[in-house]
Design a protein around this ligand. Structure first.
Ligand SMILES: [Zn+2]
Length: 65
C-alpha cells in the first residue's frame, strides 16, 4: 500500500524545513500537515491553505532524505 505525503518545502516555501509529512489517508495527512504548518511555520488553517495542501499531495513512498 502506498502512502500519501507532502514535501513541506513545496508547501510552506521554507527551504530550511526538511519535513516530509506522510499518512495512509488524505484526511489523516491533512491533519498532520495543518498541525505542522501551524506549530512550525505559524500558518493559518484556512480553506485556501487546505486547497494548497490538496494540490501538493503525492502518492507513493516518501523519498528518503
Ligand atoms: Zn515544515
Amino acid at each position: 500500500m502506498g502512502q500519501k505525503y507532502v514535501d513541506c518545502r513545496e508547501l510552506s516555501g521554507d527551504m530550511h524545513c526538511k519535513a516530509i509529512l506522510a499518512a495512509d489517508s488524505k484526511s489523516e495527512l491533512m491533519e498532520v500537515v495543518i498541525k505542522h504548518a501551524i506549530n512550525v511555520h505559524g500558518l493559518a488553517n484556512t480553506t485556501d491553505f487546505r486547497k494548497q495542501i490538496n494540490a501538493r499531495v503525492r502518492e507513493g513512498n516518501p523519498p528518503i532524505l
